[in-house]
Design a protein around this ligand. Sequence first.
Ligand SMILES: Cc1cc2nc3c(=O)[nH]c(=O)nc-3n(C[C@H](O)[C@H](O)[C@H](O)COP(=O)(O)OP(=O)(O)OC[C@H]3O[C@@H](n4cnc5c(N)ncnc54)[C@H](O)[C@@H]3O)c2cc1C
Length: 409
Amino acid sequence: MKNLIILGAGTAGTMMANHLRPKLKKSEWGITVVDQYKTHYYQPGFLFLPFDIYSEEQVKKIGRKFIPKGVKYVQKKIEQIFPEENRVQLEDETLDYDLLIIATGSKIAPEEVEGMKAENWLKNIFDFYTFEGALALRNKLREWEGGRMLVHLTEMPIKCPVAPLEFAFLADSYFKEKGIRDKVQITYVTPLSGAFTKETCSTALGYLLKEKNIGLEIDFAIESVDNENNLIIDYGGRKIPFDLLVTVPTNMGDEVIARSGLGDDLNFVPTDPHTLQSKHHENIFVIGDATDVPASKAGSVAHFEAETLTDNILLYIQNKPLKPEFDGHANCFIETGNNKALLIDFNYKQEPVAGTFPIPGLGPLKLLKESVLNHWGKLAFRWIYWNMLLKGRPIPLVSRNMSTKGKKI
Ligand SMILES: Cc1cc2nc3c(=O)[nH]c(=O)nc-3n(C[C@H](O)[C@H](O)[C@H](O)COP(=O)(O)OP(=O)(O)OC[C@H]3O[C@@H](n4cnc5c(N)ncnc54)[C@H](O)[C@@H]3O)c2cc1C
C-alpha cells in the first residue's frame, strides 16, 4: 500500500482529495489529509463580513465534512517536512509518504512591518484577510462615526490581489448607505505605480476610484506604523495620517515551509508553473497559494490548477511524462460597490480584456465592464464554492485553460 499525503485542507487540499480519491484504487493508495484547524473558511467572504453583507455562519463550515469517504483526515499541526526521507513530522506523530501534495496556502504576516501589529492592532489598525480581523473590523465599522480611512496594501504578492480595491469600493457604498460618506475620507495606498498590477485593469479601476472620490497614493513602500501619531511612513520618509487603517499585510507561506528548507524568502515553494511539480523534489507537488508560480493567489486559480495536477499525479504514478498544461488561468469578480461588479479572465500570457464569459458572444457575463449581473455572479460563487468547487464537481462551461473566444484581443 502506498501513501499520498496532502498537507492543508483549505481550498486546494480539499479539492485534490475529492479529485483523487475516486481515481486511485483504495487497495493501492491510502490518502491522508492534514490540517491544523477544524473550521474551513470561505475566505472571499471575509471581504463582505466587515460590511454586514455576510454573517459569520455564511463563511465557515466544519472542514472534515468536505473530505470524501476513504480519505483519512488528521487534525494536527504540521511541524516539518523531511523531503529526503519522504517523511512529515506532525505535533506528535510521523507520517511516511510516497507522494506529497503541499497545499498549505499563505497567510498574513503583519509583524513584518514595524509597529503594524502593536498596541493599536485591532483598535484602529485592522486586517480583513483573517476571520478574526474581518469580524473585529465589522464591529469597529458598526460604531465608527467617520474620519480618515486608509485602505492599504503592504506588498505583492497577496492572495486575491483585487480584494483591497474591492474593500475601498464597498466602503464607499457602505458609508453612503449609512448617510456618513461626507464624514469619511477614503484613500487607497499602494506600493504599485497604479491602482492594480494589470495595466488594462489599472486604468478601469483608477477611473472608478476617481468617480467614487477615493484618493490614491501610489509608490508607497511602507517602512513603519507610528502608533502614537497614527501615521504610516514609507522608506522615503513620506507620512500619511489616518484615523482608521485597513491594511493587507505582507502575505507569506506557512513557517513549516521555512522550517523544512523548502521555500523562498516569503516561504513560497519553487514550483514548475505548468506541471505544478516541485522544482527540487520529484515526488512533491504544490498547489494553490503555497506555490511561487506567477499566477494570482486565488481560489479560482487553485480550481484550475487542481484539474491539471490531478492528471499529472496520475501520469507520475504511471511513470509517464507530466503534461505542462497549466496556463496561469484566473477568473475573478471585482466588487465595485452599489451592487455591481467587474469580471476579469486572464492567464500567464494574456492580460484581462473586454468580451463575454463564459459563452463567447453571448455571455451572459461581461468582461472588464461593471454590471449588476457580475455582482450576483460573485455572490452566487459562495454557493458554488461549498457545493461544487470544494467537492471537485465540474463547473459547466468553465474550462481549466483560458479560452480566447469571445474576447477582444
Ligand atoms: C479577503 C479575501 C478575499 C478573497 N477573494 C477571492 C475571490 O473573490 N476569488 C478567488 O478566487 N479567491 C479569493 N481569495 C483567495 C482564496 O481564498 C485563496 O486563494 C484560496 O483559499 C487558496 O487556497 P489554498 O488551499 O492554497 O490555501 P488555504 O485555503 O488558505 O488553505 C491552506 C490550509 O493549510 C493549512 N495549514 C497551513 N499550514 C499548516 C500547518 N503548519 N499545519 C497544519 N495545517 C496547516 C491551513 O490551516 C489552511 O487550512 C480571497 C482571499 C481573501 C483573504
